[in-house]
Ligand binder design. Sequence first.
Ligand SMILES: [Zn+2]
Length: 377
Amino acid sequence: MLHCLSFSLAFLGRFFVIVLSVVVLVVPTLLSAQNRGSGQQARPDDRRVTRVLGGLEMTAADSAVKTVVDRLDFDSYKEIIRGLTEFGDREQGTERNRQAIDWIEAQLRSWGYETARIYYEYTPRGATEAYPREEVYATKVGSEVPGEMYIIGGHMDGRGGGEAANDNGSGTALVMEIARVLASSDVRTARSVRFALWNNEETGLNGSRAYVEQRSPLQGIEEPAGSGRYPEPTWLGMIQHDMMLWDHGNPVTFNQALDADVDIEFQLASEKADESAVLALKLLNANRMFATDYPAAMSNAMSNTDSGSFQDLVASVSLRENRRLYETGNRANPHWHQPTDLFVTFSDADFRLGFNAAQTTLGAVARLVDARIVGER
Ligand SMILES: [Zn+2]
């Protein structure tokens, strides 16, 4: 997460109030409209479960998504975070960063993915020399429309001299746990999903910017022609995950706050603000339907994370434990970029917040790419 505040807080604040009003006034209407629209008559095999906000009946389509979301495993999520923290803070340019990239790639391959890397050059601020850097990604190829995709991302680099468990082992592991679930041979998606583990976020989003620069012009091109292969499927949306565990209020309390939530943000001052707001709303709805413990909230001041590299090109949102400008930026998390950002710092109530964000993202994306369980594994 970056330090620079490049927007006027007053400006954003005014619009935040407006969007908050829209969320408060319009979202319940949209939710009930969606419920009416897709509900029709409940069929005998429809599941009815009460989730965090309760009361929403599941349609057959919802139940199909839920069977996919239910494959997410809390212990697996924690174990991936623990694995990442073994490489310390994974600061860009270090051996522990390079080893972590190899480890992430090995995990993705062990689940059956082909992986690829982005190679780019990074010039530190004030320096004249450029240094080679890399980052890894993998793709679940769609069975019907492989040439279109959603990108699910998190930055794997960290800082602070600890283990960067929360910032951003938690978001990296979330992306990898969703990749693990979708890798299963009996899970089919109509459209493609790409899992991107950005490097150099902490130095200025250099890894995600390099991806956009290199890959944006390749969107939707079949290569070789007639092969049915699309090295860069057309982007439908980008969902970033950055600091997923700690919502202990401000002033900070020892335990997870009673009103802890997953913050879904888009950037009002971006070219794709309208499309991003719609994507954020889909995530909010998915949280209500599929998250087991924590609700979500939506706001319009997404900032200082890799989704910013995409926000003028495609619908882009970030999920976080705290709103970046109003909470994280005001020290809502005392472990942010500190040596205390360790695996052992966090409790299961904290890890569960990140896990609920995984349920939220997979619930929304599964619907968007038409993910379903087919046949036997
Ligand atoms: Zn971060």
